[in-house]
Design a protein around this ligand. Structure first.
Ligand SMILES: Nc1ncnc2c1ncn2[C@@H]1O[C@H](COP(=O)(O)OP(=O)(O)OP(=O)(O)O)[C@@H](O)[C@H]1O
Ligand SMILES: [Mg+2]
Length: 244
């Protein structure tokens, strides 16, 4: 993307952002609350329209101006910060719907069912297949959303704080799951996350956003030691101590 801008009520949420993501890469996006991270994902998914943009493309195909549905069909799947599964359906049917209707290719119900089952296993939820969605914990719901996203066989996966509020054990399972997704599926991941331990374990590269702009970018270890990054999170005094 080049020159991506989104304003809400005159205030920039994403402010002239340029970004390249390599195929197969896990790019973590971090930054303080209100930095514009979710807005960036929503723009990519077509859930909101940019104020202005020079270019926003996936493998050469322009994304700007396309509907969320069309963008899903182009291979972009999103796990939102506020997951909204179909509460009236059971767990496996939630994944089945994604496999049948959100995918890059049309599928028969039989193929879609097999694909849905595979994704539930991938996220360690197969035993809940027949449950109503309401019975799932928040952590299980996040994994269900992940299974739904994967069921569309995406090329680009957009994750928004899937680890938030997880216990240590849940965090470890999710880290393993995302690692497995990266190793087994040919998928590129843009992943907004606050849990730094997971970011340092999983990300190939980290983009730090602050007030809609790129504050820093690079390998996780290097970026975390950057004084301006520390300042954005903890205040300038801490940055001076960290730098000094
Ligand atoms: N639909 C909206 N209407 C008005 N303002 C919005 C809207 N969505 C986001 N904003 C504003 O845009 C800015 C960026 O918000 P965004 O949700 O992208 O931040 P974020 O980095 O995801 O934050 P968090 O870490 O809290 O999730 C904030 O100032 C927010 O209040
Ligand atoms: Mg957010």
């Amino acid at each position: 993307m080049r020159g991506l801008v989104k304003r809400f009520g005159g205030l920039p949420a994403v402010d002239h952002l340029d970004l390249d993501v390599e195929a197969g890469e896990i790019l973590a996006v971090i930054g303080p609350n209100g930095a514009g991270k979710s807005t960036l994902l929503h723009l990519l998914a077509g859930l909101i329209a940019p104020g202005s943009v020079e270019r926003m493309a996936l493998d050469g195909a322009e994304l700007t101006g396309r509907s969320p549905h069309r963008i899903r069909r182009m291979g972009v799947a999103t796990v939102r910060q506020d997951p909204q599964p179909f509460g009236s359906l059971d767990v496996v049917d939630n994944v089945l719907i994604a496999a049948m209707f959100a995918g890059t290719t049309r599928r028969t119900e039989r193929d879609a069912r097999r694909l849905a089952g595979e994704q539930l296993e991938r996220v360690d939820l197969p035993s809940t297949a027949g449950w109503p969605v309401d019975r799932l914990t928040l952590h299980e719901r996040r994994r269900l959303e992940l299974a739904r996203a994967l069921a569309s066989r995406p090329r680009l996966l957009l994750l928004d704080e899937v680890m938030a509020g997880s216990s240590t054990v849940e965090l470890d399972t999710l880290v393993t799951t995302v690692q497995r997704i990266r190793d087994e599926l040919d998928v590129t991941v843009i992943w907004v996350e606050h849990v730094m331990r997971a970011v340092t374990q999983l990300a190939d590269r980290v983009l730090v956003m602050d007030a809609g702009r790129q504050l820093a970018q690079g390998r996780p270890g290097l970026v975390m030691r950057d004084a301006s990054v520390v300042a954005a999170y903890l205040g300038p005094g801490t940055a001076r101590r960290a730098a000094g």
